[in-house]
Design a protein around this ligand. Sequence first.
Ligand code: FES
Length: 243
Amino acid sequence: MSTLAKTATAGATFSLDGKDVPFEPGETILQAARRAGRYIPHLCWHPDFHPQGSCRVCTVKVKGRPGSACTLHASAGAQVESNTDALNAERKTLLQMLFVEGNHFCPSCEKSGNCLLQATAYEMNMQDMLFDEFYPRRAIDASHADLLIDFNRCIVCELCVRASHDIDGKDIFAIAGHGMGTHLVVNSLSGQLGDTGMALTDRAASICPVGAILPKRRGFVIPIGERRYDPRSAADPGVQEAS
Ligand code: FES
């Protein structure tokens, strides 16, 4: 952005559900809202990575037109709707579809309490699945000495793909397939994580917002009740994303 354009947008605000939100030049609606302590539900967005715009949970309306808040740039004077009954109902439907497409049995998942999918479902007041469950049978990759992948829980947010590429410089993960067949794959000849150079200390090893990529031998180190989303909701401005 040019210096002139930066000057023009300095001090500018947009309206989010009727309240002004200041933004810096180049910020997206979600970034500005987050900085102002305002919650817009999201799954595939993370403050440390370029936005993917794939989950659509952050969909807002700008002048009545839908768009993803994580990719739409804030603009001065824009009227943005987010926390409306209609948009929250659509978000809840998206979450219900994600829950039935995979096997998300929260009470038996080590990620329970730290899971953004679970916390967002609570926030959207999701109390049932609505749709028939698929009960997919996807293999668990336990080939790595320190990490396991439960593909049954992957929501294809691509955060591990971005972390491995952008931070770790390894490209351990990729997305394959189309539509309903879209899925996470491991970049090795065998397709097994144990045959890659992935390390427990890699950013991709801890970025998963759900329970798809987990460290081995770490069950219940943090007790239920003391995890990220146990004392605070996903809407709490102080709550941190998975790191
Ligand atoms: Fe914006 Fe997923 S958080 S599309």
